[in-house]
Write a protein that binds this ligand. Structure first.
Ligand code: ATP
Ligand code: MG
Length: 338
């Protein structure tokens, strides 16, 4: 019989497993690339990377089934094009591994309604909708299940996800305390710059897949001339010199941070290279186009063979089912199932 703190002697050793999820709510953009895809791909150099498409999360807001399917395959293909390597990473679709939803339910039984209602993204996204889906409220608990299912120690995310990772920590800690050591308690990790790429048309908002934007989102599959046009239309301010001052001049700071992430120099240092906005925007446009060009080329090759991408996903799901079987068994037993 399982009693708190006894039958399960210790959680699995805190592995270096890192997990990244991408929701097929819209087309992947530069914020996703710099904030999440680049660190994820770099992390593959050490074993333990999990990359999955959180397709179930796409249903938390209004969606069109055919569009969700098309976006899912586009995102999977883009992730492979950007360097996700299915031989080194566990790469799959959340919906093809039922342990995610099974653990979601168990964790809901260790989460307070108030905790879910406090989530900033829930408040923001629900304020923008007429009929809010219950799944939008409980989605951070499914995200906690995504993370805890893999005993992930680190979650590389943009800082918009900090609060959700914090919830996963709280739920893991509580579950372990009540039912015995079951989960590794995870923490968020961020890349040094461009952890939060802002919308070019409204630098007070983060660049986003699903929020409507007035042309301020740089999609990874945008043609070079489209990317250039969007960068040139980026909101700056009325000052004429170029300084890195995120609080007073967020639009310019965002451009400098994007450039910084693309060329590997600090934003403050880069500001000294420019004395007006025109040349800065030209440099940002060139850097972004150079950054996405090889990804777009590989995407075109892979997109020609969608059956190959689907086979990779099926194989990944099979491996994920095996890799998570032990954790789901431990969680079921700990909470009181036969
Ligand atoms: P949505 O608007 O549907 O929430 P999203 O653009 O926020 O879409 P997600 O699928 O929620 O994208 O997030 C995928 C990953 O990209 C997460 O790790 C998230 O932190 C990161 N990310 C999303 N937007 C940005 C951004 N503007 N800057 C940096 N990282 C980001
Ligand atoms: Mg998001």
């Amino acid at each position: 019989m399982t009693t708190p703190g006894t039958a399960l002697t210790a959680p699995p050793a805190a592995s270096l497993r890192r997990i990244s999820g991408f929701t097929p709510t819209g087309r992947l953009h530069l914020g996703n690339l710099l904030g999440a895809m680049v660190p994820t791909v770099a992390g593959q150099d050490t074993p333990g990377t999990v990359v999955f498409l959180s397709d179930l999360h796409a249903f938390t807001v209004e969606h069109n089934p055919a569009t969700t399917r098309a976006t899912t395959i586009e995102q999977a293909t883009l992730l492979l094009a950007a360097g996700v390597d299915p031989d080194r990473s566990l790469f799959y679709l959340q919906s093809q591994v039922p342990a995610h939803t099974e653990l979601h339910y168990l964790l809901e039984c260790a989460t307070g309604v108030g905790e879910a209602q406090r989530m900033i993204q829930f408040k923001e996204k629900s304020a923008a909708q007429h009929q809010v889906r219950l799944s939008l409220l409980t989605y951070p608990v499914l995200m906690a299940a995504d993370i805890l299912l893999h005993q992930s120690a680190e979650v590389p995310v943009g800082d918009d996800q900090d609060q959700h990772v914090e919830l996963a920590r709280d739920v893991a800690t509580r579950f372990n305390a009540r039912y015995g050591a079951t989960f590794v308690v995870p923490r968020a990790v961020h890349p040094p710059t461009a952890a939060r790429v802002m919308d070019l048309a409204d630098p007070s908002r983060k660049m986003s897949k699903s929020a409507p934007s007035g042309g301020g989102t740089l999609f990874l599959l945008d043609a070079p001339d489209v990317l250039r046009r969007k960068v040139f239309r980026a909101v700056t301010d009325s000052a004429s010199d170029v300084r890195y001052d995120p609080a007073a001049r967020p639009g310019v700071a965002n451009l400098l941070e994007i450039l910084s992430a693309c060329v590997g120099r600090s934003p403050g240092d880069l500001a000294d290279d420019f004395d007006s906005y025109g040349p800065l925007k030209a440099a940002v446009a060139d850097a972004v186009i150079d950054r996405v060009r090889p990804i777009q080329r590989r995407y075109a090759d892979l997109a020609a063979d969608p059956a190959y991408v689907r086979a990779i996903l099926r194989d990944g799901a099979e491996r994920a089912r095996i890799a998570t079987a032990d954790t789901i068994h431990r969680a079921r037993t700990a909470i009181g199932l036969l």
